[in-house]
Write a protein of this length. Sequence first.
Length: 659
Amino acid sequence: MSREKDCRWHFGLESGREQLSDPMSDHFRDDLYTSLVRESIQNSLDAAADNKEPVRVEFKYKSLNSWDFPNFFGLRDHIKGCIDYYGNKAKAVYSPMLKAFPEDDGLKRQIPYLRVADYNTKGMSYTPGNTESTFYAFVRAIGVTVKDDSGARGGSFGYGKAAYYKMSPFSTVFISTMDTNLHRSFEGASGLSTHIINGEVLTSVGYYDNNNGKPITNGDDIPVPFRRDEPGSNIDIIGIQKENDSVDNLLREVIRNFWLAIHEELLVVVVEDIELNKDNLFSMMKRYFPHMADNTKRNASTFTNPRPYYDAVLNVDADDNHKMFVDKLPILGKVKLYTAIIPEEEGMERTKVVFMRSLKMHVFTQKYNLSNSIAAVFVCENNYGNRILGHLEPPAHNEWKAKNWKDERGRTVPDGQEALDEIRQFIEQCFRSINKMEEGDSTDITELEDYLPIPSDLLPDDDEETKAKGNNPKQGELGDIDENGTHATTHIDEPIDENKEVYGAPDNGQVTSVTSGGFSDTGSGKTGGVHQRSTGKKKKRGTGSSPGTKPSKQKFDPTLPGTYSEVVDVDYSVIAKTQNGKLWHDIFIHVDDNYDNVLMNVIVCGEGSDEKLAIAESDKGTLNENQVYGLSLYSGINKVSVRFNDQVRHTLTLEVYED
């Protein structure tokens, strides 16, 4: 028997569910090295065996040859079968695969691969027939995650393995593991498309083993090059060729995403023969990130320059510019914020915060508008808090959004938004302390999700100045803040792409119910700064004015189609933009339900009193002076654009009612 131990490919007969491509890879399109580093190291930290010692993750390039593993090279026939079955529709994907896979010319052929191996981890357990086992969840199941009791776990989706498949030119990986009971498991997996060989239509997914298409559990039957000798796992990504910059790319992404885990000695990483640990982190950080300022433009939430944030942690309390804030929040428990004021000569253009959980992996970065430039690191240390934040992450683990946490009925779990509100309030308090803000002021958060998410590049890039001007008496370097918390309008001068996503701070649009023929006026129902969230409950239809309210100065027009007698609780943000010579106010409205017939009352906040200014144009609904009616709002974020004839940027308050 060869070194291959009689392993071969097993693709089952197709039973009707045809598939042209692998959908798992859709979550990892942006940057393959980033995806691989984040997913693999996070998985390893999740499975740490001894928390007193660091987890060790190694990235090493190897190769398979056809003399020792002839059956493996039969995968080429299956790749060709995809083209034979789908014809031209499959050529764009599978012709490059076929070209890259060496043909059998009677000589020794080789296939390169990248091995990701971890140590001081629990490995993956497997029991035949048990779909809850971690090895099954990784190799066999799509979208399945087996959770443990630790709140620190980073992974929430089985789709994480897509990072490995996506990096493979042949969509093929080998997985070998040993669990803490010293039980070994091995199997190869390939995600192609439905294909045809010798007249038989075969499934898109196949497995490489000597156990009739099932994982090998007898250690002696596992080929020696893939056999683990201690607990942990090997993931071999087939077809990865070592390039001139491969080592640098891997090291750069490890530092960018896991510098804090390395600094706190939770992690050691080896790329080929270069070890990255706490002792050499500072020198390696300076090598790959020589500048102190984080002015990253490209996908700034993910491709952050970690240097200033590392400085915030490394030099905590070293001087007045470096501080650490610690608090115990009601929902999230113990949290920390490390801060470093970046000297003006370093040229950092914005205050930014990096957000992490207890795995100490960079989740995302967020910009804040402050008068000085601060690099800050937020860390949630509590296990329960980490579980909550884990629910708020998508498969790529690169954001916290309340909408990502659904209950068994598909409804958004309210604890998620409450946790995000806690974070926002904690960070604001820290920044007030640093900037010695007065009690009534508030920071202007330009991106933090779910206070109100704003679709995409609507906010200026890092090299543009965010402007917030209007008629509000409290105008200053933090933007316009009304006594009741109306939102400072961000102004954008250039045309925008409305199909991407960034996020801004909300206002609360809570109003009271009205009766047919007139509004009841209680004001905005807000206290404090611009980030207050609606806390009132939606009134029942037909209840009339709320107790203790005063008659509205603005009368309802009885000629409008509908009574609009029910209040709609909303959060909203406003952005002013100049487009084709006209000034528009884009109003982003967040609601939790669907509403079919809505009236939006738009009030301009003046220095002496609020003003009813007629709307000249709206991209949705029907106009009636300063009202837009006949709107449909859907659960999530809605945009309504309005224009006034005066061509002035305004601070706006909304009142929203449903028929």
